[in-house]
Design a protein around this ligand. Sequence first.
Ligand SMILES: *[C@@H]1O[C@H](CO)[C@@H](O)[C@H](O)[C@H]1NC(C)=O
Ligand SMILES: *[C@@H]1O[C@H](CO)[C@@H](O)[C@H](O)[C@H]1NC(C)=O
Ligand SMILES: *[C@@H]1O[C@H](CO)[C@@H](O)[C@H](O)[C@H]1NC(C)=O
Length: 464
Amino acid sequence: MFKFSFLLVFSLLFYHNEALNQLCSVRKAEKNCICKRITDSEDLIATEADCVRTNFDYFPTSEQLPKDLNLLDLSHNSLTKLDATETRFSSVTLETLKLSYNAISFISYGFFAEIPNLRILVLSHNNIESLDSDEIFQKNPKITHLDLSFNFIHVIQAATFSPLVELQVLDLSYNNHSLGESLSQVRTLTDSGLGINPNIVRLSLDNIGLKDVQNGFFSNHTYLTHLSLADNRFTQVPRVPYSVEYLDLSGTDISVLQAKELSYHTLRVLRLERMKMLETIHHYAFYNLEALEELSVKHCRNLREFNELVFGALQKNEETNLRKLSLAGNGLQSLNWTYKYLFRSLDFIDLTDNPWKCDCDILWLQEFENLYKSENVKCSSPLSLRSKQLFDVTDENVPTCYPQKYGKKSHRVLIAFLILLVLILAALVGYLFYYSPSWWSGNRSRGIGPQSPYSASRIGEELT
Ligand SMILES: *[C@@H]1O[C@H](CO)[C@@H](O)[C@H](O)[C@H]1NC(C)=O
Ligand SMILES: *[C@@H]1O[C@H](CO)[C@@H](O)[C@H](O)[C@H]1NC(C)=O
Ligand SMILES: *[C@@H]1O[C@H](CO)[C@@H](O)[C@H](O)[C@H]1NC(C)=O
């Protein structure tokens, strides 16, 4: 149980036969590796050679390294090819080989055959353009992790991955878009003929030019739990296996999200970031994602509304698995107060960088002042509160929201109106009194009346 607390690391200083490990040194040096033997109190667990950033431009031979090597890390060097005819490297103990950040553009088909017990192979950030031999992994049935991301791969020979019967994790992200375009044309990933193990659990296909795939595209890969499809050209949510727990659709061209496309009862993490086209999230869109723990809808500038029903109608004592919600960097102006039922049970909420409208409808959020980065939750309107932090908005800034303190707005309007009316009347009375005195005195006796010289009777007499 406490095995790992007894881990001891011996540097090669303790190696007896230094001549056989001529590339090992105690310190990092040009074309040298730090070799380690990792043991617990009794047993040797692993022998590792760390040759990172040491300017290797050739692959060392097996004789130059400890012969029971388990891990060889040659990342960040300047290897350009893996050529079995030039390199004399073979090992039956090596299980992990890391070659990322080199300039490898050529792999001869016999190279990995000399490392038959390889389990983890990292070839990311190289210049590989194609895997054009289906024999390249022929002798490597034990590979479980294969990382080919950040290369220029545009073509992969049919059946290249077929020998990898134990493959669990495959990363093909960030390769030439021709790769995704050709994949988009087949009915299922199986039909692509690449021979990707149907039991694979993690698959990353980010930024390879995938377009909307057919509904059954992933249907043969029913053990997938982690599926990353970011930065592809999807305009609709692709149908993915029901086993999926992690799904990344960031950077795609999807404009609408609706419930019928998101009915994954085991999905725990959903990433929807940088989606320029995303404008609408329908009512109940996330309602079926019962297991959802983390939702990230970030940097979707055209998303102006996150309506009160995207998780369904929120109840007072909302029962939810959701723990983290990020809505940062969208175009949101408001959030319905019913979200407080949800927010009270969350561990992490990010509402930063939205054009919040600081009116009465949003002040409920002030209950959550200890939000993550609450200082970046700023008002964008009204103009008088622009750039003010939402949590610094006081009742004096928005007096209309506090009728009990400042009176109801309708009352204040009425009072102002009455005062105005009284003033107008007073002014009118004053005007009449001072500027038309005749109306009050002199003219009073004039006109037609009993004492008037023009009395009705007299007029009548004159006429007759
Ligand atoms: C992608 O591959 C095609 C051949 O399919 C090639 O013409 C194009 O230049 C490649 N693009 C990049 C960016 O490497
Ligand atoms: C793959 O799934 C399709 C249905 O989408 C099915 O017809 C086919 O038989 C499956 N192939 C394999 C090899 O399981
Ligand atoms: C908030 O949601 C409730 C419940 O759906 C609704 O009745 C109310 O009108 C909404 N409030 C605003 C300001 O939209």
